[in-house]
Design a protein around this ligand. Structure first.
Ligand code: NAD
Length: 256
């Protein structure tokens, strides 16, 4: 029987890249995200790879909605083997001008939602004696950049939470790991290029060259496929002893 994966924020960017590869590997998928064409995206992938799909636009700012998303997934598919906590937002600003509401939303979506979703899947994964929780953190979970106080805080927090869940999950074959990408060309980053251009008084091309990829030894955006390959590996039955770790795909950024 096909396994089931719930991927938050899977109707755009990295989450969509991960979803495609899970579909190709035969997983049934609960798609999720705020994109208005989310259901269409889910159905297209379901048809292409002949897997069962569903779609939810639950708002990750609300803990009850996150619980509802998990319950709906279990109701539709009967089981839930893999949770990919991927959804995230970004906002870039010097701290003194950083709007409190933006800070609070980044902490809520990028960090607190990981807690609520993981908590909600726990009972089912325990019952199955199988669970794989994969958190999409960032190189900003282990390194800092100026003007990203909220994002760096949330992403560091996710790495701490990953370690705790790994310890608590160990007796039940529930693993928890984080993936920490460098820059990936997605709508989130395209927004950042614009914001950084304003902050640094640069053109968008200069931001890519001089700010974003400056810290990566490999001067390329990280391909979506590399992140999806890592997620597929972490989800495997044989990955039961891979837990509590952070896998850095950052073009050598943190090697320095
Ligand atoms: P994206 O903007 O392309 O996708 C984000 C997804 O999250 C979308 O589907 C969006 O609808 C969903 N989302 C946002 N707010 C939501 C909310 N309140 N409720 C429900 N869904 C919501 O971004 P991406 O670049 O694909 O980022 C995905 C993850 O990867 C994020 O956690 C991000 O921090 C992380 N990441 C991205 C990069 C990068 O360079 N793009 C690098 C490292 C880590």
């Amino acid at each position: 029987m096909n396994k089931t994966v719930l991927i938050t924020g899977s109707t755009s960017g990295i989450g969509l890249g991960i979803a495609r590869q899970f579909a190709e590997a035969g997983y049934n998928i609960m798609f999720h995200g705020l994109e208005t064409d989310g259901a269409e995206i889910a159905n297209q992938i379901g048809e292409k790879y002949n897997v069962k799909v569903a779609f939810s636009n639950a708002n990750l700012l609300q803990s009850e909605a996150i619980e509802g998303l998990v319950n709906e997934t279990i109701k539709i598919f009967g089981e839930l083997h893999v949770l990919v906590n991927n959804a995230g937002i970004q906002f870039v600003s010097p701290i003194e001008e950083f709007p409190n509401s933006k800070y609070e939303n980044i902490i809520a979506i990028n960090m607190n939602a990981v807690f609520y979703a993981s908590k909600a899947v726990w009972k089912q994964m325990k019952k199955q004696k199988f669970g794989r929780i994969i958190n999409v953190s960032s190189v900003h979970g282990i390194r800092a950049s100026e003007f990203k106080s909220a994002y760096v805080t949330a992403k560091h927090g996710v790495i701490g939470m990953t370690k705790v869940l790994a310890l608590e999950g160990a007796p039940f074959n529930i693993t928890c790991n984080a993936i920490c990408p460098g820059y990936v060309k997605t709508p989130l980053v395209e927004g950042q290029i614009k914001d950084q251009a304003k902050v640094h008084h640069m053109t968008e091309d200069e931001v890519v060259e001089k700010v974003m990829l400056k810290k990566q030894a490999v001067k390329q955006f990280v391909p979506l496929e590399a992140i999806a390959d890592m997620a597929i590996l972490l989800a495997k039955d044989s990955s039961t002893t891979i837990t509590g770790s952070s896998f850095v795909l950052d073009g050598g950024w943190s090697a320095q």
